[in-house]
Ligand binder design. Sequence first.
Ligand SMILES: Cc1cc2nc3c(=O)[nH]c(=O)nc-3n(C[C@H](O)[C@H](O)[C@H](O)COP(=O)(O)O)c2cc1C
Length: 216
Amino acid sequence: MPNINSIREIRKEYIQESLDEKHMHTSAIQQFQVWWNEALKSEIQEPNAMTLATASADGLPSARIVLLKDFDEKGFVFYTNYNSFKGQQLAENPRACLVFFWKELERQVRITGVTTKVSAIESDEYFNIRPEGSRIGAIASPQSQVISNREWLESEVKQLQNKFSSDAIKRPEHWGGYRLMPAIIEFWQGRPNRLHDRLQYTLQEDASWKIERLAP
Ligand SMILES: Cc1cc2nc3c(=O)[nH]c(=O)nc-3n(C[C@H](O)[C@H](O)[C@H](O)COP(=O)(O)O)c2cc1C
């Protein structure tokens, strides 16, 4: 059983890489693409798992993991239940933040921006390539609501399985994607003695990115 002293003793020196402005892309999205490719190559399990932080209009924060399903110059896409707690917060306050921690690479990426819902067509396209079990689950689960017990959920799933053949399972309107359009992307690389490298890209009005070094 770890005690408080042994928790305090958990520490790791970061030694693998460094960040040099001269070798970074001028575009934050292209720089993310480079790191993404390296994350894929490094065989990190679920490199697309990211923390999504949201906040209510009155400032109550909340965070959870979701999976990145697409990214490009237009933004970073994830899928969820629009009626979930995060969905309610994003309806009140579309500003949000994504954080990746790729520990095998000693890297963190923080993406801050504004979310919008992706088009119904885009959500349909993604929903339709999900496995049947995931599609049924998306319909059956009133994400973030209190339910009476596990059996209730399982019986909802059974009823839906009996009701629909596989290709008749259509995306419910309350399930779909959000795209977070980044305003700021920070690339963090662990360095020895906690003197980490942090390069922050801020989107400018002319669509170029300003790159600044932040103190660790
Ligand atoms: C590895 C991992 C991946 C997840 N991916 C998603 C996802 O892509 N979409 C989603 O809605 N929830 C996903 N979840 C569940 C969420 O973390 C969360 O429990 C759920 O979305 C409800 O959050 P909310 O009540 O804050 O809205 C994932 C959880 C984990 C641990």
